[in-house]
Design a protein around this ligand. Structure first.
Ligand code: FES
Length: 99
């Protein structure tokens, strides 16, 4: 488990990009729940952080696939491979993920 951010970093309804050991992670605060997934799209090399948060999904800025933060699955348009998601633990205002 690694400490990846603090709760203050991930404001309600917003995304937060961070990295650990040169690997980029994307966090989101959706309805008070913190989610974590890889920041790189599974289709091509796009930063999902530059996309838009839509409900429980992030829309890839390059071709518009929607990835669900709850399971990483795309809507299949055009991406077909899920983005890896990570279990999140919050303790004393710090956000940890299991990698
Ligand atoms: S790079 Fe994300 S959908 Fe194509």
């Amino acid at each position: 488990m690694i400490k990846i951010a603090t709760l203050d970093d991930v404001r309600p309804g917003k995304m937060f990009r961070t990295s650990h050991n040169n690997h980029a992670y994307l966090l989101a605060n959706i309805e008070g729940e913190i989610y974590a997934m890889d920041n790189t799209c599974s289709h091509e090399d796009a930063s999902l952080y530059n996309g838009a948060l839509k409900g429980h999904c992030v829309e890839c800025p390059l071709h518009g696939s929607l990835f669900d933060f709850r399971n990483g699955k795309p809507d299949g348009n055009p991406a077909t491979v899920p983005v890896k998601t990570y279990p999140v633990t919050i303790k004393d205002g710090e956000i940890y993920i299991e990698i």
